[in-house]
Every structure is written in C-alpha cells, then in structure tokens.
Design a protein around this ligand. Structure first.
Ligand SMILES: [Fe+2]
Ligand SMILES: [Fe+2]
Length: 227
C-alpha cells in the first residue's frame, strides 16, 4: 500500500476505459459530454479549490483523483452512478495499491457527488461537488447529436466563457460565467437551480460562500463580488 498519484491514475488504462465507456453510454442515452474533457476539468478545479484555500497537498492530490474518477459509475447506469462508481473504485483503487484511508476518502467523495442523493461529507467531497456542478460550457454539447429543442444543449451551447475564482481572504468561491444567444439565465436556473444550491452547501462546508455570477450579475448573494 502506498501513495498513488494523480498522474498514475490519469495514465491507468482500466480507469481510462471506464471513463470512456461511461461517456459513450451517456451519449447514447442523450446526455452531454462526460468524457476526458469533463473529468480533466473537474480534477483541475477540485484540486485548485482546496489548494487555494490552503489545504494540505495530500488532500489536493486526492481531490484531483476524485475528480478524474467521479463519473465511472455511468458505465453501469446513469441512475445511482455515484454509488456504483464508488463501489467499482473501492475495488479498483485497492488493486492499484492505494492506501486504504485514501481509497475511502475518494469513494466517499464519489459516492456523495450526485445532486439527487449526495451531500458534502468532506473537504474533498465539497470541492468535487462544486467543480462538477460548475462545468456548464459549450464544449459539453455533443455536436454530432445536439438539438436546440433540448434545454440542456441550448443552455450549455450558450455558455461561452467561465471562470472559477477562489478568494481565500474573503472566503468566497465565485463562479463567473457568460452566456448568449441560445438560452437565457432563467433557462439556466431552471435546470441548474438544485446544482447551484448544492454548490452553496458545499462552499459552506469549506467555510466559504458560493457566488454565481451570470453576465456580470450576482444571482444568489447580496453585495459586490470580491474577485
Ligand atoms: Fe456525476
Ligand atoms: Fe460529472
């Protein structure tokens, strides 16, 4: 047993297959992109949130690992994918020789990331939830099968610029995004409301507030953004 690094997880063939098949299955049933682009971004943002808030390097590394593997349960089924993913990883990460405590930390975060049944249970879990829920972006739309009748495709397609900012002094995690043309902020809220609430709960777990800023307008907090 030992310290398995994020770089090793990224290079692992079996995990790569799980990520790719999860993404393919979700494409077939009409979901937005959940492949390498998605998990790479989630790993980066989850790690950065903890790093910029001053968490130890080991927690940052585990947040990145959790980000990379969080959606593998979609290989089994979309429903309860957070739970099936955690169960797959509980076996696979041990086989890779990961410390048992680290396996549990990653599996807890993965098992708690879905908005239907999840809630933040640790620093890693909270960072993973925020990173996952703020990945709304035009690149998530599958260009070979999208439809402007589909509100998820329309909203994602409209989001052309996003930034996650962490302000340690003000204890704020800010998601600033810009949308145009295909959808309105109202439509975004229609499908992302519970996810944005989950970001607020997760930021609070980290001792912070979460601010959603759409086209320069703070949507969920009173007062100016301290960016
Ligand atoms: Fe997920
Ligand atoms: Fe995800």
């Amino acid at each position: 047993m030992g310290k398995i690094t994020f770089a090793e997880i990224q290079k692992n063939e079996k995990i790569m297959q799980l990520v790719n098949m999860s993404n393919e299955n979700l494409g077939i049933i009409g979901y937005t992109e959940h492949g390498i682009r998605h998990v790479k971004y989630i790993a980066k943002i989850a790690g950065r949130i903890l790093e910029e808030l001053g968490y130890p390097a080991e927690r940052v590394e585990l947040a990145k690992i959790a980000g990379w593997v969080h959606d593998v349960g979609n290989m089994i089924n979309r429903q309860y994918h957070s739970l099936t993913g955690a169960m797959i990883l509980f076996e696979e990460l041990q086989k890779l020789g990961m410390d048992f405590a680290d396996v549990c930390a990653v599996c807890s975060a993965v098992g708690s990331h879905d908005e239907e049944i999840g809630r933040p249970v640790s620093d890693i879990s909270a960072a993973l939830i925020i990173a996952d829920k703020v990945d709304a972006y035009k690149a998530r739309v599958r260009l070979d099968s999208y439809s402007l009748e589909d509100i998820h495709d329309r909203v994602n397609l409209s989001i052309y610029e996003t930034h996650v900012r962490v302000n340690k002094e003000e204890k704020q995690i800010i998601w600033e995004m810009h949308m145009k043309d295909h959808a309105t902020p109202m439509e975004f809220m229609e499908i992302y409301f519970s996810r944005m609430r989950m970001c607020e709960t997760s930021a609070a777990f980290l001792g912070c507030t979460f601010r959603l800023v759409i086209n320069g307008l703070v949507m969920n907090q009173i007062g100016a953004v301290q960016a």
